[in-house]
Each structure stands twice: as C-alpha cells, then as structure tokens.
Design a binder for this molecule. Sequence first.
Ligand code: AMP
Ligand code: MG
Length: 413
Amino acid sequence: MSAAFCDDLQVGQAQQAIAAAVRPLDLAERVDLRAALDRILAQDVVAPLDVPAHDNAGMDGYALDGAGLDCGETVLRVVGRGLAGHAYAGEVPRGAAVRIMTGAVLPQGCDTVAPLEQCRLDGAHVCIAPGLRRGDNARARGEDLRAGSVALAAGKRLRPADIGLLASLGCAEVMVARRVRVALLSSGDELRGIGQALDSGTVYDSNRYTLWAMLQRLGCDVLDLGLVADDAHALQQALRRGCAHADVVITSGGVSAGDADHVRRAMAELGDVAFWRVAMRPGRPLAFGRIAAGGHDALLFGLPGNPVAVMVAFYQFVRGALLQLMGATVPEQPLWPVVALDALRKKPGRTEYQRAWLQRLDDGRWGARVTGSQGSAMLHSMSQAHGLLVLAHDRGPVQAGDLVDFLPFEGLV
Ligand code: AMP
Ligand code: MG
C-alpha cells in the first residue's frame, strides 16, 4: 500500500464494517400481489398446492400409455378429445389414444404425448412415428413445486417471475418488508434548487435528484430535507429532523476536511460516528455512523459532494445497507471480466472506478472503453456509460488488452 493512503479503510473493509453495524428493521406489511414487485419478501412462502396441480399435456398431440409404444410405427384408435380446461373423462382402453391439447389433464392411464407433427391420422386411428419415448411431452403433477415446499425464501427481492409464481400458487397478498425511510439533504452554500436563478459561482443541486432516483429504485420512502447551507447549526437541525422521521439519513457534500465542511462535526455531536476516508477514487471522503435525536436513532451516511462520487459511494456502500435493513439476501455484486481497450493509469493502494462503454470485439469477447476524462464532477459521462470498471485495490497500471472487472449499471436497481 502506498504511504499516501495508509490511513484509509479499503473498500471491502468499509463494506464489512457497515454490514456489521446494520440490523434488519424486522418490520413487515401485507400488500397486494401487484404491489409486491421489487419488494423484499418478509416470510418464506410455502406452496399450498402442487404446481402443476395435475398431470397434463406439454404439447398438442395424442395422449397414450407409453407402455404400449412399438419399436416401429405405433397405431392407436382415437377414443376422444381433451382440451385445456375440459378434460377427457372417459376410459382409455389398451390400444387407444386421446387427442389432447397443451395444458389439458392427461386421461387416467396416459403418461405420454405424441406431438401432432409426429402423427398421421388414418380414419379413426392415429399412426405415430417411431422414436417417441415413454413420458415424452407429459408434465407431471408437482414437477415445478410440491405442496409444502418453500416456493420463495424470505429475503428475496421479488422479480416478475416471483410475482407470477405467487399467482400460480393462488397468493393474492404477500408479506413484504416495510420500506426503509430515508431522509436526504444536500449541503453547500453554492447549491441552488431547480427554478432558482444561478448567480455567479453557483450550481444546481443534482445530488438530491440522483439519490432520490437510486432510492426509488430500491423501493425506499424518501423524505427530502432540501438544501442546507454550510453551517454547523443548520446541518444539525436538519439531521435531527431526519433522525426523528427516518431509518437512514443521507447527506451529500461538506464531508471532507475543507474550511466549509461541517457535516462531520454536526454528525459527531449527534451520535456515534465513525469517519472514514475510504481508499477509493472517486469517493474518498465518506462518513458512516449512527445518530440519535428526539428518542429516535438512524444510520447516517455522509457522502461526498461530487456527483459521480455520490453515485459510486451509494452503489458500493449505501445500497447494500438499505437492502440489509429490509432483510434482503444481498447477493455479491456481479463483476464481469472484460478486455480493457485503453491503457489506464492506476495507483496501487486504492480501488478506482472508471466509467466505461462496452463493445463486442471481433473475437466474441467484450471490450471496455473508458468515457474520456474521469473527473468526479462529470455526471454526463456517468449518464453515457454502461457501467464502471472496478480496478482492484492492489492493482497497478492497466495495459490495453488486460482483463479488468466491469460492474454493469443495469441490474443495479
Ligand atoms: P464538497 O464535498 O462539499 O467539497 O463538494 C465537492 C464538489 O461537489 C463541489 O464542486 C460542489 O459544488 C459539488 N457538489 C456538492 N454538492 C452537490 C450537489 N448536491 N449537487 C451538485 N454538485 C454538488
Ligand atoms: Mg461543499
């Protein structure tokens, strides 16, 4: 590790420290199935029935007893018809078959479906081409899920397939974790709200909007505390308000060691705050801790002000903590090895994140090109990029052609 960064926590250490400090809220609510998308399942869902609930046809064709298949062509007498929702209720004697459509209940004694395209009708008989094996194209009762088995485990973030699966089990409602309440503020005398005039030296506050958007994606309830000046008292007031109403307070700006950086002090006065400089770029200043006010306490993340640093810090530290609060099973972030198409400067001793585009190479692999200048205020390149190259802590400079880890934005919801 280079001397310049030896006081800083490594990214992985900071993530572990946060994970160790976060206790799931353990609060659940019952919601309609359609309101459960992207929410965190609070209890295991046990299948109340077999799925499918009956043996049924996997294709349109003829249902038969596979024991009667011949080596060559099999000829069977057609004795009836079964449709989805309208089962054939009669007997199927030896040497007989039932015309059947996909999803129809298999008649008693039938375990195989000959697909239409392998069948030829000859009067009242069906001639089935050789090659069909017993059990082909039949779906067995309970083959997807058995009654009594865990269909979805608590902690799962519900995706469209899960919503459909719950519907297939007849669940109209589901218990999900209560949304995390997050209070949000931006700090900086130079910040202006949308609609205000931009006088000299001022910038629009974008971080509250970026953070709001990332929090929406995670299904959080957001309390917007607005813009707060570079003033220790005003910051403390805002943090108190956030703490009284939210599970988590997130600030951006004013967290480094500059003359106008008051967030650290305001935090320290309200609680037990571990201040970290994390060995990363962008996003080195990052404060995390717990504050208390008015009989409530809240986790607090003091994020840096630079707009790209805010996003990187959110994805690396805040996102996991919020999911953990909701009891989510947090999977490791997928990092995909891709080919660096540019040489990249990199110092060992910190994790670096570079915005990059992916492109398919002639040899079929994926290559990544960085989005030009990597200034941590440049939100436009964040908007253009497909994701981040993650250059590991101990890694030195990257040569064009080297493999590097890529973290896609899609999927980071
Ligand atoms: P700070 O961390 O307060 O030193 O801010 C670092 C840089 O980020 C400065 O250029 C700030 O103007 C900018 N910045 C801070 N907060 C915001 C914000 N909410 N929206 C846009 N830029 C910001
Ligand atoms: Mg500032």
